[in-house]
Design a protein around this ligand. Structure first.
Ligand code: AMP
Length: 219
């Protein structure tokens, strides 16, 4: 199914988990600037080294760098639609995306906003484990991984993300509240904003997202 979607929401709102489910169910390609930058850091590329400290502080990476990542990705894979996990996160990024897409005579189908309480964010972030290799995300509470923290998909090691520290989370939440929240207005005015209660379990949330993707939710 060809759809052009962006997934927005606070840290821990379930963007990565839902993006992965969307890809598996609908075959829409997903990309995440955060995941790309973590990989670049592990590979010690100039981009990874340049941005590592910013990620570690919980600040947002400059728009220019992120927009270039997305433009490059779209040039290679954009023909099949996309789900952007964690992009855009600022108004200039959203405007750049709109202008890139209009240059391709395309537009977004939906901006899906996963709404979560701060309590949910804290609980999820403090218990989150992520595969260093493929990005699969799970919770430390999951009995399956208690004794053997190994990714079920690629056998990579499941670890805590270094920016999932509670003091870094404060900065990430501040960035979200000040720079990302204004996008609700931006996409609201375009009539493509779809707010979904992300506090529920992943299958229930995915059910709502699926209805948006299948166009069963009125505009
Ligand atoms: P995420 O994996 O989406 O939680 O992103 C991890 C980190 O990557 C963020 O805290 C930012 O430092 C950086 N990052 C990811 N996406 C963006 C974006 N769209 N704009 C700026 N920085 C980003």
């Amino acid at each position: 199914m060809k759809r052009r979607l962006v997934l927005l929401g606070a840290p821990g709102s379930g963007k990565g988990t839902q993006a992965e489910m969307i890809t598996r169910q609908f075959g829409i390609p997903v990309t995440s600037p955060g995941a790309i930058l973590r990989r670049e850091k592990d590979l010690e590329t100039p981009l990874g080294l340049e941005t590592a400290e910013i990620l570690q502080r919980g600040d947002l990476v400059p728009d220019k760098i992120i927009v270039k990542l997305i433009e490059d990705w779209l040039r290679l894979h954009g023909g099949y639609g996309f789900v952007f996990d964690g992009f855009p996160r600022t108004l200039p990024q959203a405007e750049s995306l709109a202008s890139i897409l209009s240059g391709l005579h395309a537009s977004l189908d939906a901006a899906i906003w996963l709404e979560v309480s701060e309590e949910t964010v804290r609980a999820r972030i403090s218990g989150r484990l992520q595969c260093r290799t493929c990005g699969f995300t799970t919770s430390m509470d999951s009995a399956k991984f208690a004794d053997r923290p190994i990714c079920p998909y690629c056998e990579g090691r499941l670890e805590r993300r270094s920016d999932d520290d509670m003091s870094v989370l404060q900065t990430r939440l501040r960035e979200y509240n000040t720079k990302t929240q204004p996008l609700a207005d931006f996409y609201g005015k375009m009539s493509i904003l779809r707010r979904i209660d992300g506090n529920r379990d992943r299958e229930t949330v995915f059910g709502d997202i699926s209805r948006v993707i299948e166009n069963k939710v009125p505009a």
